[in-house]
Design a protein around this ligand. Sequence first.
Ligand SMILES: Cc1ncc(COP(=O)(O)O)c(C=O)c1O
Length: 394
Amino acid sequence: MHYPTINDIDGRRFGPDEEAAVVRVLRSGHLWRVDGTEAPALEREFADLLGTRHCVAAATGSGAIHAAVAALDLNPGDEIIVPPITDAGSVIGALAQGLVPVFADVDPLTGCITAESVAEAAGPRTKAVVVVHLFGGAADVEGIVEVCSARNIRVIEDCAQAYLTRTKSGALVGTVGDLGCFSLQQSKHITAGDGGLVVTDDPALARRAALFCDKGWPRDAGQRTHLFLGLNYRMPELTAAVARVQLTKLEGIVADRRRVAAAWDEALTGSGWHVAPDGERHSYWLYPIVVERPDVDNRLIATRIAQTGLGASAGYLQRVLHANPFLTERRTFGTSGWPLTLSDRPAPSCPNAETMVSRTLVTVAINENFTDDHIARSSSDLRRIAEELEVPHA
Ligand SMILES: Cc1ncc(COP(=O)(O)O)c(C=O)c1O
């Protein structure tokens, strides 16, 4: 069966309002955010949606995370705890700021770092944590904040995959830590091609993140001064205008993804496959399944699912993040190995993450535009595959 995907128009919610937004900006002749209207409006609207005091738009999700890290103004050699199962964008900004990533292990079912693993990984030089709400499921960010505030460690929430996800206490992810970061890249719930957003209640962090995205230049003070080393991560007006329209569709998109996930959950009830336990709070960027059977690995399951036409990946990543050459071979700045040379920590050990990526985790592509037929067919296919694999394989 053919299923809509995030890469084609069938799987996106683009319509006349996005077209009108693009035309409006083009006809204004003003395409950059300096003295623009669209990016500041997007910032206000996103902050209002999340209930935070501030929002700073950036050019990409990775840029948003970089700006959030830079806003903390840490010293080279300070450590930042990060997850092993995530996009590289969760970590690269920290490296660029001279920080040393320390990998904490994950919960074997959600793939998120935990309060316990953060407490275990934290050391005297640890100054920040990046918590990723993986696949749209909430990490225990409240527990992590509790561990961190006792140690004066700042918490950045990476919500690139988790728009409108709620934590177990009901808070929206992105509003619990010091800063929350989102992505508007093509694969995300809402998109403008690329783009990023940082939210925070702290005016000093918001100011520093905003200045970082514009070369450290306080244009609003009428000066051509560069207050500190910043980059150019400005979001263009065309991007912001499209993102503003997409934002109005976000709640519907998440609700429709939850509807698909609920049908799949039901189809897999009693199958022995673990599905996300927090369906009504999850936002299902992907639909994660964990299968803990010694005789069946995730590649076999992903292949079977992909044969039905659904998108499926074994382990989500090819390898855990810390097993990538930019870290194992310290390919950072020339041959210096900096800033990894600033640490004498042993090589990371994250057995739960390794097991998920290499054996137990399968992610299935889910889409808000699935019809009732797509949902019925995919539910019965998933159920059938789970039942077939119940028979032990050699
Ligand atoms: C968890 C996570 N963090 C960070 C990023 C980086 O976002 P972007 O691709 O917009 O730079 C992504 C997306 O790719 C992501 O999924």
